[in-house]
Design a protein around this ligand. Structure first.
Ligand code: G6P
Length: 607
């Protein structure tokens, strides 16, 4: 996805736009650009690569103007070079865009035939020329945009300025989020409230299909049928301070270390401290009577869903189906009447997850979502929302969002178990107590940071790494491998420990580190046999377990990481932390860009 910002102000806007783009850089970082109006004329500065290149460009060639738009890009159509960087503009119109215009080829053909000359490979440029074509037919800028929107297919959030109009900016959203910010005599557009955090806390989220006219004194919102509509202006809690790195070197490191606190916050919102019972917000369906829960999500959120499947089935005896969101619709699975679709997403904007949600809704499912951004599209399209209280997650590789997702899902599984009569009050209290212990135990795991950094030097030399887990720590093996791939660019695979002998064992030699997540408990002995199989073939094992587990098997391992002894129910929450730290330190040792790994984006708003 990309990040967009617009400011219609009183003072020069370029520094504020750059500042806003810094807070949006997590959304895309292969090129960036600004456009302002200088004496009525559109002026642009754009640069390939990180935002710092654009800042250097603007420092060398300052940009005046009190109205402007900015963009940080994650390329979809067209290479990430300067020519394809936004804003796209001609002499009359400048546009920044997040999303994809699916019918751009057709529109481009039409516009070229009408004499409009294209300069880029992007889909966005058709918007510039289409608006211009309508202006050429003597429409007002507002009418030109409204007419343009009716021709666009696909997903977009847009901010548009017009030559000669210091007093007007137009925004639009369909499929991609856009917020309007209200300042003192200034107005703003932003992809999210974070971008606008230091500028204003008065925010209005546009609804699907809306477009908005901003002037220095306010905003007029229109719906998809162009009727003027009222949209609520809310006070947001985001402050600029939340978005700093503090004492940490990277956002990812900060976010890993925030986990005891944010897991604690999320637990406080869902567990009664005196009664040891799970308390969820009122749900518009009966957890006791669900024929099936169908979970869909992407990336790390999908692995949270995979852990949840183990929990729902084991603790609540609740049948669960689980799918990668981008595949779910294509299976065309029959969904039972009265079932729920459960969608997990940090951003609440992932296009595949949203499409899966809409499919489930169309199939008559109740829609429940677990999201970190309460204003997001997924939250708004759900019948009920359970919030993770992770706070803003800026590092592209998800960490604290994952463990807070697990926290909420664990609470939901316990609530379902209670509702279905699968556990009694004592067991609920035991499970709640195990959860409440997690923040303190997670802080203990973080104390192993230096030891984990030392182990990471060996991982940084590897070309391939295997991760093994069994039961509810199998998804942790998958998540560990994903984290390592994402940020260190080392090939890694997660496997169910028992499945190793059906293939990956052929890879094992002293060059392939094998990371094993093996808490003590009923599954330990079987995983222990798998570790022996690795060791017997010269494999070097990094063994993550608790004291009894390490006492039994530690000597076979090249390295051990000791996790506190806990109820096996909450093991996934704690075993997540060492696999995150291993990936983090390995990436730092390799010198990669930890917070903004190549080719990845924080939320993928295209299918
Ligand atoms: C991207 C991010 C991942 C994230 C996934 C799902 O791939 O890089 O970190 O897990 O999207 O995002 P969501 O916002 O839906 O949780």
């Amino acid at each position: 996805m990309c990040g967009i910002i617009g400011i219609l102000g009183k003072a020069p806007v370029a520094p504020l736009l750059l500042d806003g783009l810094k807070r949006l850089e997590y959304r895309g970082y292969d090129s960036a650009g600004l456009a302002t109006l200088v004496n009525g004329a559109i002026e642009r500065r754009r640069a390939e690569g990180k935002l710092v290149n654009l800042a250097d460009r603007v420092a060398a060639e300052p940009l005046a103007g009190t109205i402007g738009i900015g963009h940080t890009r994650w390329a979809t159509h067209g290479r990430p070079n300067e020519a394809n960087a936004h804003p796209h503009a001609n002499g009359r119109v400048a546009v920044v865009h997040n999303g994809i215009i699916e019918n751009f080829q057709e529109l481009r053909g039409e516009l070229e035939a009408a004499g409009y000359a294209f300069e880029t490979e992007t889909d966005t440029e058709v918007i510039v020329h289409l608006v211009t074509a309508h202006l050429d037919q003597q429409k007002t800028p507002q009418e030109a945009v409204a007419a343009t929107l009716k021709r666009l297919e696909g997903a977009f959030a847009l901010a548009i300025v017009f030559a000669g109009r210091h007093d007007l900016m137009v925004g639009a959203r369909r499929g991609s989020p856009l917020a309007v910010g209200y300042g003192e005599g200034e107005m703003y557009l932003g992809s999210d409230a974070l971008a606008l955090a230091p500028l204003t806390s008065r925010i209005c989220y546009l609804e699907e299909g809306d477009w908005v006219e901003l002037t220095g004194t306010g905003a007029v919102v229109h719906d998809a049928a162009d009727a003027v509509v009222a949209r609520e202006v809310r006070q947001t809690a985001h402050s600029g301070a939340l978005i700093g790195k503090g004492q940490y070197r990277h956002f990812m490191q900060k976010e890993i270390f925030e986990q005891p606190a944010v897991i604690g916050d999320t637990l406080h919102a869902h567990i009664h401290p005196a009664l040891w019972t799970v308390e969820l917000p009122d749900l518009p369906f009966d957890l006791a009577a669900l024929p099936r829960v169908t979970i869909s999500a992407c990336g790390t959120a999908y692995y949270a869903g995979m852990v949840a499947k183990y929990w729902f089935e084991q603790i609540a005896r609740q049948p669960v189906e689980l799918d990668i969101a981008s595949e779910f619709r294509y299976r065309e699975a029959p969904l039972p009447e009265g079932g729920i679709g459960l969608f997990i997403s940090q951003s609440g904007e992932t296009a595949d997850t949203l499409a899966a949600l809409r499919y489930a809704k169309a199939q008559g499912q109740n829609v429940l979502s677990v999201v970190n951004v309460p204003e997001s599209t997924i939250a708004r399209e759900s019948d009920a929302v359970l919030r993770t209280l992770a706070g803003p997650e800026i590092g592209v590789a998800s960490t604290k969002a994952f463990t807070t997702q697990l926290t909420v899902l664990a609470c939901l599984a316990v609530a379902a178990a209670r509702a279905r009569g699968a556990i009694d009050h004592d067991r609920e209290a035991e499970l709640s107590a195990a959860l409440v212990e997690v923040p303190a135990r997670a802080a203990e795991v973080l104390n192993h940071d230096e030891a984990i950094e030392a182990i990471s030097h060996e991982l940084a030399e590897a070309r391939d790494v295997l991760y093994l887990g069994r039961g509810s720590t199998y998804p942790l093996a998958l998540e560990g491998a994903l984290k390592l791939k994402e940020i260190s660019y080392i090939h890694a695979e997660g496997y169910a420990a028992g499945e190793m002998k059906h293939g990956p064992i052929a890879l094992i030699d002293e060059m392939v580190p094998v990371i094993v997540c093996a808490p003590s408990g009923p599954l330990f002995d079987k995983t222990a046999s798998n570790v022996q199989e690795v060791v017997a073939r010269g494999g070097r094992v990094i063994f993550i377990s608790d004291k009894p587990g390490i006492a039994r098997l530690g000597e076979q391992a090249a390295y051990t990481i000791e996790i506190p002894e806990i109820d096996p129910f909450v093991a996934p929450l704690l075993y997540a932390i060492p696999v995150q730290l291993l990936a983090y330190h390995t990436a730092v040792i390799k010198g990669t860009d930890v917070d903004q790994p190549r080719n990845l984006a924080k939320a993928v708003t295209v299918e």
